[in-house]
Design a protein around this ligand. Structure first.
Ligand SMILES: Nc1ncnc2c1ncn2[C@@H]1O[C@H](COP(=O)(O)OP(=O)(O)OP(=O)(O)O)[C@@H](O)[C@H]1O
Length: 392
């Protein structure tokens, strides 16, 4: 069992810069495949290095199975070699003077494993990572993808309860990345290892992870399943970071936004500065109008191989504005032409509302409490806005 608990961890490299990691807490459950996702410099690698023990915490605690590995206030720090954690970085750091087999065997030897057991383990790893035939080669004689597999084999041979991977696929070409992703999923299922995987590639995170931790500027923005993150983004940053093409954002006080909100049953007035997010694939274009549609013009149609991006311009009724740009994606060959007028409809699941501060606002209908009165009539349902943290 390898449950990792981060409690209010911070890392400040220098006093005159903001912290690289700022008061982050999360639970990484036993057997999870957790992806730490975020833009460059948001603190992903620092989190991984702190779990590995390669960086000291500035504050907080890291514990595995309730046993502290690093606790600043209690002065506890377990060195990396005593943590039983496997680590694979972007640069594979194989021993250049050792063959593939020796590279995989080396750590087992240090552990004091018998020769017979070592050879058996090495042979198993070679088959599992499909590097048969390369046993006697040196790292310099291997391709990037082969080195990657050897690095993984070397780490997995040690049977770590926790495997930390820092952008391990970033040096591979698209085809190899795809096959390595499938391999990582298979290895995860086979070994049941708790994996923490750092990436800035949202597609990689969405396809591999059981849980995703989205980071920005050292702070945790949201922790959830890939579905949670995509369908219920905790804030505007997460909504805009996840999704390709990105979510459309339009001011919620415009007549177009009001129409979309009314179409999904929202009857309140959005707060000042609120923004409406519309996922591109949740937009539907039709020729027929209705009260819940908005008139737009097709400005561009971009084929992307099996899918199309349709760019739209919604005329603005508001003075001083040229209108709003919307992006729609479809996997059905579009029958629209550039310059054509279309009616934009939205699916309720594709609509998100954010406050001026970027917090998610609920669009859910919440029934009003039964009013006890002499004629005992039921109050009609109403819609309320709540911040995410207020919702159950
Ligand atoms: N040893 C260091 N000394 C000082 N600052 C550092 C050090 N290592 C990282 N930083 C800073 O800490 C912040 C977080 O860095 P980190 O490498 O954790 O980000 P990251 O999200 O992994 O980025 P990337 O995706 O580019 O690898 C950055 O602003 C970086 O410049």
């Amino acid at each position: 069992m390898s449950n990792i608990t981060l409690t209010n961890i911070s890392k400040r490299y220098t006093a005159d810069h903001p912290p690289a990691v700022d008061n982050v807490s999360m639970e990484i459950e036993d057997g999870a495949f957790m992806c730490v996702l975020g833009p460059s410099g948001c603190g992903k690698s620092t989190i991984l290095r702190m779990i590995a023990g390669l960086e000291h915490l500035s504050d907080g605690e890291i514990a595995v199975d309730c046993k502290p590995l690093d606790n600043v206030s209690k002065g506890i720090f377990i060195p990396p070699e005593k943590r039983h954690i496997g680590l694979v970085f972007q640069s594979y750091a194989l021993w250049p003077h050792m063959t593939v087999s020796r590279n995989i065997e080396f750590g087992l030897k240090l552990k004091g494993m018998s020769k017979e057991e070592r050879l058996e383990r090495v042979a198993k790893m070679i088959i599992m990572l499909k590097i048969e035939g390369l046993e006697d080669r040196y790292p310099a004689q291997l391709s990037g993808g082969q080195q990657q597999r050897v690095a993984l084999a070397r780490t997995l041979a040690m049977n770590p309860g926790i495997l930390l991977l820092d952008e391990p696929l970033s040096n591979l070409d698209a085809a190899l990345r795809l096959s390595m992703r499938a391999e990582l999923t298979r290895l995860h299922q086979e070994f049941g290892t708790t994996i923490v995987f750092v990436t800035h590639d949202q597609w990689e995170a969405m396809t591999l992870a059981t849980k995703i931790a989205v980071m920005s500027k050292g702070e945790l923005q949201q922790l959830g399943t890939p579905d949670d993150i995509y369908e219920r983004p905790a804030n505007r940053f997460v909504a805009e970071f996840i999704g390709n093409p990105p979510i459309n954002m339009i001011p919620a006080n415009t007549s177009a936004a009001q129409t979309f909100l009314q179409a999904i049953g929202y009857q309140d007035t959005p707060p000042i500065g609120a923004q409406l997010g519309l996922r591109p694939e949740g937009i539907d274009l039709r020729r027929d109008t209705s009260l819940s549609s908005v008139l737009a013009t097709v400005t561009d149609i971009l084929p992307t191989g099996g899918a199309w991006i349709i760019e739209l311009n919604v005329e603005s009724n508001e003075t001083g504005s040229d209108g709003y740009h919307l992006v729609h994606t479809t996997q059905t060959p579009p029958h629209w032409k550039q310059g054509e007028a279309v009616y934009v409809h939205v699916a309720p699941h594709a609509v998100h509302l954010f406050s001026a501060e970027g917090d998610r606002l609920s669009l859910e209908a919440q029934p009003e409490v039964r009013v006890s009165s002499s004629n005992s009539e039921l109050a009609s349902p109403t819609f309320v806005q709540t911040k995410l943290e207020d919702t159950p």
